[in-house]
Structures are given as C-alpha cells and as structure tokens.
Design a protein. Structure first.
Length: 147
C-alpha cells in the first residue's frame, strides 16, 4: 500500500512537467552567402512592388529565402528553414494555400508574414531573418542575421 502511494505521488509530481512546452531544440544552422542584389524595377520581381508581396529565392540560405515587402522602404528576408527542429529533412516553410501566413507542413508550425513570428504549431522561435537594405529600386540581402 505504501509503495502504491509513493508511486502515485511521484507520478502526480512529474505529470505537470511533461505538459510544459518543450522550449529546447536545435538552432537553425548558420549560412553565409554573397550579397544578393535585386533590381525591383525588373518584371520578374513585380510581386515585390506591392505591400505584402512575397518572392522566393531558392539558391541562398539553408533552404532558400522568402522576401516579404512590408512597404516601399521595408523588406524582410526570411530563411525557409523552419525554426522548429531545423535539422530534419522536411523542415521547410512554404506559403500556406490561403496566402495569409507561412507554414511548415512537416510540423504544422505557422508563422506570420510581418515578423516571421510563430502563430501556431510547436515552433516557439521566429524564423531567421537576414539583413536587407533598399536604395532606390535596388534591394540588397546579406547573410547577416538580425534576429
């Protein structure tokens, strides 16, 4: 009887610990790449001429980068590597079919366009964001991480 009570008390104490969110996972690996300069006046970048426009660049970063236009002078460049278990093979964000947010279909984490913050799923860190600079119609993306 005493051992049953002891086991019950141990389980009672440990149960809340198992329900806490797991705020530990691997960091997104660092990736260096040459600066990318985009001429926003070219037709191929027309999506980046309107606020809320998004353009994918596949050959930089770990898994590519999404460029999001906040306004004419502010652009965010997000790593497509999900911040939750980033070393797993399928850990890549896409634009959700609603076109309202990013989603990693492998873990079902969602991230907002405006800041890359998690809005659903198990991810607890924002998406990695790279430095951007706009001069006239030229947008430069560097591998400098700003978050």
């Amino acid at each position: 009887m005493k051992s049953t009570l002891t086991i019950f008390l141990v389980l009672l104490i440990l149960t809340p610990l198992g329900c806490e969110p797991q705020m530990v996972d691997d960091p997104i690996p660092l990736a260096t790449f040459n600066d990318v300069v985009i001429n926003l006046s070219l037709p191929s970048f027309s999506k980046l001429r309107i606020d809320g426009g998004i353009y994918a660049i596949d050959n930089i970063g770990i898994r590519g980068v999404f460029v999001y236009r906040v306004n004419a002078t502010t652009f965010h460049a997000y790593e497509r590597n999900c911040s939750y278990h980033p070393n797993e093979a399928g850990s890549t964000i896409n634009i959700h079919s609603s076109n309202l947010f990013f989603q990693d279909p492998s873990c079902n984490s969602n991230f907002n366009f405006e800041e890359g913050n998690p809005t659903g799923g198990p991810a607890w860190r924002p998406l990695r964001r790279y430095h951007t600079d706009v001069v006239g119609s030229m947008l430069t993306i560097t591998s400098e991480v700003i978050n």
